[in-house]
Design a protein around this ligand. Structure first.
Ligand code: NAP
Ligand code: GCO
Length: 266
């Protein structure tokens, strides 16, 4: 197999959940450029319509679905439609996710459950929907979009950290249970990436100064900057391609070095 063939996604079908914008859109775009047929979903018709236009603008004929990843019946219907229209799903990226930033003792249990439902239970639901056909086909790739918070906590993100920590272990368990069926399940761990999800952390202050958290993250990141969605494209293609066929149960952090760094010494 040539070096380039190792990273090719030609003839593959990829489902990226939450692929209407942000990290999911960037990963789907990279997969399309590597040769894959793209399917994505989100909850909002407006986001879907905008995303389809954005994919077309990139020359990508993506298939979009309105599907809430926490709705198991809707997920199974979507997966069946994709299999019928595009073929068996070879690559699943469990990307759809939310965050609620609330001090734990002020957080309603319903809000905690909603974050866990979307960020952890849904990757279980969608993986369960695609694995049987992957087993039948003799191979599959599942990439779970984890987080710095799969490893670290911080104030106000208890539900998110619990979910993303669980997602790291779900990744390892899918590896353990289905590695023998030639399914590789790995996580990608983005650092702090400039997307709508982190926009509140980068918002300019009323006096025009940078957000304190923005300054904090830049100081804590050896790369000295926020990540951009394009920084995740290479790692995501690697985890979806034959180049990673003997990599399983791992979390690949694309974080600019932040997890390795104690912080600028005095
Ligand atoms: P984002 O900009 O908020 O995009 C989230 C995407 O998920 C949207 O397409 C959203 O579309 C979709 N979505 C949310 N809930 C859904 C549901 N229940 N069913 C179906 N689709 C749903 O987020 P992002 O920054 O790109 O993050 C994407 C993933 O990366 C998330 O799992 C996040 O936790 C993770 N992550 C982000 C960062 C970061 O710094 N940005 C770092 C590490 C990990 P609709 O609202 O239309 O449903
Ligand atoms: C936060 C951020 C982070 C990022 C990401 C870091 O509030 O701390 O939203 O959680 O989204 O998960 O890897």
């Amino acid at each position: 197999m040539s070096y380039l063939d190792m990273f090719s996604l030609d003839h593959k079908v990829a489902l990226i959940t939450g692929g209407s914008y942000g990290i999911g859109f960037a990963i789907a775009k990279a997969y399309a450029q590597a040769g894959a047929k793209i399917a994505f979903n989100c909850r909002s018709q407006v986001h879907l319509d905008t995303a389809l236009a954005d994919y077309r603008a990139q020359g990508i004929d993506a298939s979009g679905y309105i599907c809430d990843v926490t709705d198991e019946a809707a997920v199974q219907t979507m997966v069946a439609d994709i299999c019928r229209n595009l073929g068996t799903i070879d690559i699943l990226v469990n990307n759809a996710g939310i965050i609620k930033r609330v001090p734990m003792c002020d957080m309603e249990a319903t809000d905690f459950r909603q974050v866990v439902d979307i960020d952890l239970v849904a990757p279980f639901i969608v993986s369960k929907a695609v694995i049987p056909a992957m087993i039948e086909k003799g191979h599959g790739k599942i990439i779970n979009v984890c987080s710095m918070m799969s490893e670290l906590g911080r104030e106000t993100v208890s539900a998110y950290a619990a979910a993303k920590g669980g997602l790291k272990m779900l990744t390892r368990n899918i590896c353990a249970e289905y590695g023998s069926a030639n399914i590789q399940c790995n996580g990608i761990g983005p650092g702090y990436i400039a997307t709508p999800q982190t926009a509140p952390l980068r918002q300019r202050q009323p006096d025009g100064s940078r957000h304190p958290f923005d300054r904090f993250i830049v100081s804590k990141t050896p790369a000295g900057r926020w990540g951009e969605t394009k920084d995740l494209e290479g790692p995501a293609v690697f985890l979806a391609s034959a180049a990673s066929d003997f990599v399983n149960g791992q979390i690949l952090y694309a974080d600019g070095g932040i997890l390795a760094y104690l912080g600028k010494q005095p």
